[in-house]
Design a protein around this ligand. Structure first.
Ligand SMILES: [Fe+2]
Ligand SMILES: [Fe+2]
Length: 177
């Protein structure tokens, strides 16, 4: 039986040499690079808004379980900022400019910046659970769209998604649901 998958190493090597300036993006990249950069920059915006919301809640939380909930919000906030930086690094690897512009964060983010006026713990937990559920759905769709065409971006998004699911799970535990 013959193997129909034959790597044309000579052609791949030639193309790699000709387009050195394109960095890690080669001729085998299967997607519209600018579209992926745009989608990743919306992920950057989403993660920054999540960092803002969790940080605000961590500082303002009141109520009998304040210490425990605040510690969890602080931990989530740090992870959201890490997600933003990792998505921004991938934008840069793809030849784009990471977009942290505060003027457009709100329009680009998938989730809202919400802060309950009375700093009620339960309302904060519910706000964050809703945001995590939105992020989980939108990242799942991004991962499906990436498919097999950009495995590195897909793995990045899968690893972020895994942590968002943990966040949602932590919030459900704290809400006692
Ligand atoms: Fe995140
Ligand atoms: Fe999260």
């Amino acid at each position: 039986m013959s193997d129909t998958f034959v790597l044309d190493v000579t052609r791949i090597r030639d193309e790699a040499r000709q387009k050195m300036a394109a960095g890690p993006v080669t001729g085998t990249y299967g997607l519209d690079k600018n579209r992926v950069i745009g989608i990743l920059n919306d992920v950057v915006a989403t993660e920054v808004v999540c960092w803002l919301r969790y940080t605000r809640h961590a500082i303002s939380a009141t109520g009998i379980d304040r210490a425990q909930v605040s510690a969890e919000f602080t931990e989530h906030a740090a992870e959201e900022m890490n997600h933003a930086v990792r998505a921004a690094e991938r934008v840069s690897q793809l030849g784009g400019n990471p977009d942290f512009d505060p003027a457009t964060l709100v329009q680009r983010a998938h989730t809202d910046y919400t802060a309950p006026a009375d700093n009620d713990l339960k309302a904060m937990l519910e706000n964050n659970l809703l945001a995590e559920r939105i992020v989980i759905s939108s990242y799942q769709e991004i991962i499906r769209w990436l498919g097999e065409q950009d495995p590195t971006t897909r793995r990045l998004m899968e690893s972020i998604l895994e942590e968002e699911e943990e966040h949602a799970d932590d919030l459900i535990d704290l809400l006692g649901l």
